[in-house]
Design a protein around this ligand. Structure first.
Ligand code: 9WN
Length: 429
């Protein structure tokens, strides 16, 4: 069997192979630009093997931030053309550094938490604090951007405006919007299905909605208030909001280390937690769900996003244990964690975010379980996740039943988070 050290060596080689001077592409051919939450996860892995390179990964990501504090989901590499949609679909983006080109939406805000982790992996406290001090303001602005410009009415929960913002693009949670015939006004091309098997990628109908929303958002200059009346897609995503809350907690830890007041104060945290638990919990499902802001209803689709309250620190140990046990029970014959349980309509064991297992999601669940003291549950998932990698390599995702590696090969976050799971089997609360 391949040893832990060999696994780490291979993972490091994957990250080096995807290195493009200052950023790490998620995979060699499928995703040639810099992605937001990918780089956050990648930095955690890099911090174990090359701390300055982890710092650089985050610096590069931050160079794409906007004047309003948003950190976009893609920072484009101008020299690369084989990804669609390219920057021409996102005109007039208000990037702080005008030399940069980016997309016009964001992604799950795991970055502040990653900066906390990367900092903790620097043993020299002075160096750590110096780095945190440089990043504190942009990270606070990033979180505040969502609180300021992505909330509706009195609720503090964050609205996502595109399935790509969820990071789980074709999740059956979003079928309520894909099924309605929205299409962009212009033709568009796809590159993804020329690189990997179309059966494991989103459908043409999914992409019609994605590109329709890109046009709508860009036409209203990225201002939610302007397109909210028109868009079919404005959602409180259970994973995204859990990531926001976790990042607020972690940024407050950074603030405390710097002797600064909290980035998000106790009253705001309490209101957010109350809203998340009050609005997104579905008693019958025994799981958190997502909320369709336009329709004013919970979206009746169960997925692994509903477990991410465990990662966020939004559920206690008893609740978390019940939730994850119930999820396992309804997923017989599946490896852990299927992104969608097989009894949920829309489940497909090979199709991207409709069933396959993802390393990032497992990592989030593992860290959440550990922080809650559910150590053996976390360990079980950690061992199973590493077994899958040992068997199949650093794939983008894995068949929900057989574990066969799917999507892009040599996938950066699978490699980076494997390094973290091996080098840091447990994290303290
Ligand atoms: C669109 C890069 C990204 C991930 C997302 C994943 C996928 C892009 C795509 O790849 O999305 O953003 O082209 O399919 O869904 O989570 O960040 O790895």
């Amino acid at each position: 069997m391949i040893s832990d050290d060999q696994l780490i060596e291979q993972a490091t080689a994957v990250l080096r192979g995807n290195d493009v001077e200052g950023y790490t592409k998620p995979s060699r051919r499928l995703y040639p630009h810099q992605w937001n939450w990918d780089s956050a996860f990648i930095a955690i892995g890099l911090a174990h093997v090359d701390w300055p390179r982890a710092v650089r990964e985050i610096e590069t990501l931050l160079s794409g931030r906007w004047t309003n504090g948003m950190i976009p989901h893609i920072r484009y590499n101008r020299a690369v053309e084989d990804y669609a949609p390219g920057p021409e679909w996102w005109p007039d983006v208000p990037v702080l550094d005008r030399r940069q080109v980016t997309s016009g939406i964001s992604q799950p805000p795991v970055l502040p938490s990653a900066v906390y982790d990367v900092g903790m992996l620097q043993p020299d406290e002075t160096r750590r604090r110096r780095w945190w001090a440089q990043l504190f303001l942009p990270l606070r602005e990033f979180l505040q951007f969502f609180a300021r410009e992505r909330t509706v009415g009195a609720s503090p929960l964050v609205v996502i405006v595109h399935p790509w913002e969820s990071g789980a693009d074709n999740s059956p949670r979003w079928d309520f919007a894909t099924g309605r015939g929205f299409r962009p006004s212009r033709p568009y091309r796809r590159v993804d299905t020329t690189v990997v098997d179309a059966a494991a990628r989103p459908t043409a109908r999914d992409y019609d909605l994605y590109m329709y929303l890109v046009e709508l958002i860009a036409a209203h200059r990225y201002d939610l208030a302007a397109y909210l009346p028109k868009t079919p897609f404005a959602v409180y995503d259970a994973l995204f909001n859990a990531a926001w809350y976790r990042s607020a907690l972690d940024l407050n830890r950074i603030a405390a280390a710097l002797g600064q007041p909290p980035a998000v104060d106790a009253a705001a945290l309490g209101a957010f937690r109350g809203a998340y638990r009050g609005m997104l919990w579905d008693e019958q499902a025994g799981l958190f769900r997502d909320f369709d802001v336009k329709g004013g209803t919970l979206i009746p689709v169960d997925t692994v996003a509903g477990l991410m309250a465990i990662y966020g620190g939004l559920a206690d140990a008893d609740e978390s244990e019940k939730m994850i046990d119930a999820y396992y029970e309804r997923s017989p014959g599946c490896l852990r964690l299927p992104s969608v349980p097989p009894d949920q309509g829309g489940f497909d064991p090979v199709k991207y975010w409709r069933g396959p297992v993802w390393v990032s999601i497992n990592w989030m669940a593992i860290r959440g379980l550990q922080r809650l003291g559910l150590v053996s549950k976390a360990e079980d998932l950690r061992v199973q996740t590493l077994d899958l990698i040992r068997r199949e390599g650093y794939s983008e995702y894995f068949h929900a039943h057989s574990g066969q590696g799917l999507g892009g090969n040599d996938f950066s976050w699978s490699a980076a988070l494997t390094i973290d799971l091996l080098r840091r089997p447990e994290v303290p609360a």
